[in-house]
Design a binder for this molecule. Sequence first.
Ligand SMILES: C[S@@+](CC[C@H](N)C(=O)[O-])C[C@H]1O[C@@H](n2cnc3c(N)ncnc32)[C@H](O)[C@@H]1O
Length: 311
Amino acid sequence: MTKQRAKMNRTITLTDSEREILRQQLLRMPIDPGIDLLNRIICADLFEAVHCIPRESVDLLFVDPPYNLNKKFHNNSFTKMELDQYTQWMDSWFKLLLPTLKPKASVYVCGDWRSSPAIYEVLSSYLYVHNRITWEREKGRGSSKNWKNASEDIWFATVSRDYYFNVEAVKLKRRVIAPYRDADGQPKDWNESREGNFRLTYPSNLWTDLTVPFWSMPENTDHPTQKPEKLLAKIILASSRPQDVVFDPFLGSGTTAVVAKKLGRNFYGIELEEEYCCLAAKRLLMAEQDPSIQGYSDGVFWERNTFREQR
Ligand SMILES: C[S@@+](CC[C@H](N)C(=O)[O-])C[C@H]1O[C@@H](n2cnc3c(N)ncnc32)[C@H](O)[C@@H]1O
């Protein structure tokens, strides 16, 4: 049954005829070895499909697996398990991804506080772990018996100690709270403009400028754990160059592929659920018409609630 949606609801949906067209663009197993997988969506189980990704071809791996929670992903469900079991499950697919990485590749893995110990254990046994980013995920109901969970983690690791990282590309434009001036009355480390007073700052590992996609945002889909495009833009800009290859083996609604395309990178993407693959394919087509990324303009990331000031 089609859901009734509010008038201002911009959620991306699929009609039956779109689904029929888009599903034909997907690659499925078995994949002919001669087929170029770059910038195509592979609708398959990553355990099978990962062997088709060329060896040492990936500059940036972004992994957003099911967290250690009970969660329904369209026709499939993920069931919460003991931490040891989750760690083993993660290790079982993570080691299959390693041969796809270039010697200087970067890797980011997402999780919540429950999954993070497993991520650290697996990552640190194969790679150099550099950081854990925590981002504010302000969505969902509170709990009467616990602190509301409003954060998630993204672990950052690399194959080698020699890796690419472009901090200049991910500066944050923040409103100035204390507008100090020097002896000549000039702004100290900030700029005065008609839109207001702003300062460009280097990003930390605490991200509070993200909004989880919701119904009035043009990037929103019905995927239950869709990541914000702005989050992917930070990672892709910091850890890859134009034309580089970004690989997402749990592609979901396609956020990584869409942002890679908008920022002039190439991608490999694998997703089990056909419905999500079709949503990803639709978003890729939409990106051709509108390559903007909400919260990123003029080459900088804007803090939340500065929509009017962004051109
Ligand atoms: C946390 S979601 C990723 C969401 C994605 N980052 C986005 O922005 O939409 C995890 C995804 O992994 C998919 N998945 C689970 N097991 C898989 C497997 N074995 N192979 C490929 N995809 C799988 C699920 O269907 C789900 O869409």
